[in-house]
Design a protein around this ligand. Sequence first.
Ligand SMILES: Nc1nc2c(c(=O)[nH]1)N[C@H]1C(S)=C(S)[C@@H](COP(=O)(O)O)O[C@H]1N2
Ligand SMILES: [Mo]
Length: 554
Amino acid sequence: MDDDDFPRPLHGIRRLALGALSGLLAGYAAIAVAELVSVAVRPESGPVIAVGGAAIDRTPPAVKDWAIRQFGTNDKLVLQLGILAVLSVLALVVGMLATRWRLTGSLCVLAFGVVGALAATARADSTSVSDAFPSLAGSVVGACLLYALIGRLGRRTRSAPGHHPSRDEVDSIGTDDGAAATHHEGATGGDGWDRRGFILAATAAAAASTGAGLAGRALNDSQGQNAVASRKGVVLPPAASAATPVPKRAALRIDGISPFMTPTDDFYRVDTALVVPKVDATTWRLRIHGQGLSRERVLSFDDLLKMPLIERNITLTCVSNEVGGPYVGNARWIGVRLADLLRECGAKPPSKGGSADQLVARSVDGMTIGSPVEDVMDGRDAMLAVGMNGQPLPFEHGFPVRMLVPGLYGYVSACKWIEDIELTTFDAYDSYWVKRDWAQRAPIKTQSRIDTPKPFARPKAGTVMVAGVAWAQHRGIDKVEVRVDDGPWEQARLADEDTRDTWRQWSYPWQATKGGHTLTIRATDRTGETQTQKRTQTIPDGASGWHSVVVSVD
Ligand SMILES: Nc1nc2c(c(=O)[nH]1)N[C@H]1C(S)=C(S)[C@@H](COP(=O)(O)O)O[C@H]1N2
Ligand SMILES: [Mo]
């Protein structure tokens, strides 16, 4: 009778469990509210993306390479799931802690909000303190919710000094009549376990969070619709200077070889963007400015399309590509010749007396990529690309405009979602990856890859077609050699060269004998230099060494 008149607080394991649940609900509410508030700021300002971005910026290269290798293009999904998992564990712990120290628990939630806010404002693409709002707003809601939910559990022990509820009592509390509890405790929470109040509040919070989160997601997605519409509206003009037709015999028909032109959907993607930037081409602008220019320019997308366009096949390679790795692809690009634009602004390469030796490209997501002005203006087809394989650039590959410089690794040349070009010097400025210990200058190293047979394949004895690709952009491939086990180097048959900026296919009909064999490949570029056997890491300026494949012939 007494118990019914004065509900007891919840104790023991059930208190902890409901505390943990409260923590989870508070964390969920915080993330959901942050997502909704980020609609008013920008999608990248939400806490998961912000913390993920901060993690990417601080990941040591070795870990980054490992993550790319382990998870490939899923690395970003894995990162976000990892952050959510860590947040969940933290939320459980904070919830349990709050069952004892209610206010401290809520303050912890606020502290996480501050961390998220700091991460959001510290990112390179953050231009405003408003990036802090989503995390802060989310954490305030989360903190209040946790405080309220824990209040429903009743005040711990102190309300009933010396009282240790028996097993029976705890059970009866669990099944007590919620109406009685509500009656005694009112809206702000009394000293006893308010079962009905807890269930109501928890259910309402879960539902409201789900609603807020889904609404936030939907609104954030729809904000990209202008960009999507602007991309659909792009009509690429014909090139003033078309690509020379690919020689028929540049593309071999061999099972398992990389196709000479990489289909857009299979083209590798490497960037730091957790949210692919959706840029509206109709409002996009590119600013060209900096040292040694006689005039600055601001260009719209239409301005670019009105200029004479060049169309070129260019093989792009990532410095993070391991020997034998997949981060290389060949596409047909169309765009404006960058050297012409720079010359119109009065730029001169260092060899002609220009004072700026570095061109820094900046993207809408704050990436900075520095290329040598000399390379950009030495006559090669450096371009501001607007199209890839006959289509406007896909969002993943930099819509509306990206830079490309044949012969340079992507991290020193291929800025996607570009919006700013500044001429400066290598002494004066270190770009994003250079700050992270990658080399300032990084021409692509001569490399070759065996595409077929695959490692540990079991071909039949007899003629086995060994084939693959070799690249030495802007120098060209002159020779590819194959070695079986420790035998002599044999010349592979080279497919025709398209241009010296594209990779080159090769093949070698191997008379395979039974047993295990190691196939090794090496290429020689047009300067006469043969690929070095010396294995190096990808950092600081690209992997070197020979690719080999072990097979077992039946
Ligand atoms: N804005 C932006 N541009 C970027 C990057 C990036 O992280 N952000 N990564 C660069 C790197 S390291 C490479 S290898 C190429 C890859 O281009 P892709 O994803 O279109 O293949 O983009 C470059 N441009
Ligand atoms: Mo790269």
